[in-house]
Design a protein around this ligand. Structure first.
Ligand SMILES: [Zn+2]
Length: 55
């Protein structure tokens, strides 16, 4: 998956579990954009917060 800001593919990825969902936190070292993804693709921070509430 590429950065949504600069299309760089060298992202730092950290896998974690939020609620019942496995998610990947990605940070771009070039433009410092943070983004979140699941197996289905990119999700917003709002959706992450929603997952965190579902337990
Ligand atoms: Zn970037």
């Amino acid at each position: 998956m590429a950065c949504t800001g600069c299309a760089d593919t060298k992202l730092i990825s950290i896998r974690m579990k939020i609620g019942v969902q496995d998610v990947v936190f990605q940070r771009c070292s070039r433009c410092e954009i943070n983004q979140w993804a699941t197996h289905d693709g990119e999700i917003s921070l709002d959706e992450i917060l929603e997952l965190a509430r579902m337990r």
